[in-house]
Design a protein around this ligand. Structure first.
Ligand code: 13P
Length: 265
């Protein structure tokens, strides 16, 4: 299975000029490395406002582009002020979207119902989905990680009861990103064996919903950097990384991709 390393730029960089500088550095550094990430897909998720410009600049590069979110209200158009539809982000050049990031769950109170609507909108427009799940520090301390993840994954079970994704296509169009909330931007990380056991559970849970589907890709996210990437990449259960802070520098982002490429090659 080819690994995935995805940069979630969140509400960064500040200006289009800074976006272009980051892209310049990414393109130069990835050219220097040549096509030497054959075992690792690369993707970046810029803010909605930068999506079209980033997609245009990456058109001939082997770096895919993802949105960070889409509207739950309509896959196409409508009177939904402040929202961007799946069709609009696809038209801007995105082939994937993140959904359910803990920052969206926390600041925008995203529920499983709205996530199910977003998943259906994404698939209706041919977008792949990186569905983010993860427990808070309190839930981790109370040893509730698995029950929290199971509750968050019920959205996948519900999805399979709709027509929008064929079970066979699930593994191609859906990636799960396990991101413990307490590890995001904190420098704290779970042990590799904890992450591996959690990923194994996630894979089993999805397989129980869709026994005929090939194994789903599960990424780890939360304080991944150039120094710890090798240790996560060494686990057969960790199929890649969803990277925040370290994706804002070309060198650290590509070093993480190299770590996964080496380990999965
Ligand atoms: P950091 O890599 O900055 O911890 O962020 C992880 C994340 O939230 C990616 O979606």
């Amino acid at each position: 299975m080819q690994a995935w390393v995805i940069g979630n730029w969140k509400q960064n960089p500040a200006t289009s000029k800074d976006v272009n500088t980051l892209l310049d550095n990414l393109l130069v550094a990835s050219e220097d490395r040549g096509a030497d990430n054959p075992y690792c897909h690369l993707m970046v998720a810029p803010s909605c406002v930068h999506l079209a410009a980033v997609s245009a600049r990456l058109q001939n590069a082997s770096i895919q582009v993802s949105a960070q979110n889409i509207s739950a209200h309509s896959a196409t158009v409508g009177a939904y002020t402040g929202d961007c539809s799946a069709q609009q982000v696809a038209d801007a050049g995105a082939s994937w979207t993140l959904l359910g990031h803990s920052e969206r769950r926390q600041y925008h109170h995203e529920s499983n119902d709205s996530l199910l609507a977003k998943l259906n909108c994404a698939f209706a427009q041919g977008l792949g989905v990186v569905l983010c799940i993860g427990e808070t520090q309190e839930e981790y301390d109370a040893k509730q990680t698995i029950s929290v993840l199971d509750e968050q994954l019920t959205v996948v079970e519900s999805l399979l009861q709709t027509d929008s994704v064929q079970t066979q296509a699930l593994a191609e169009r859906l990636i799960i990103a396990y991101e413990p909330v307490w590890a995001i931007g904190t420098g704290k990380v779970p042990t590799v064996s904890e992450v591996s056991a959690t990923h194994q559970h996630i894979k089993q849970q999805i397989a129980s919903f869709a026994p005929k589907s090939p194994e789903v890709t599960v990424l780890y996210g939360g304080s991944v950097n150039a120094d710890n990437a090798d240790s996560f990449a060494a686990s057969a259960m960790i199929d890649g990384a969803l990277v925040g802070g370290a994706s804002l520098k070309a060198d650290s982002f590509l070093a993480i991709a190299d770590a996964f490429s080496r380990a999965k090659g």
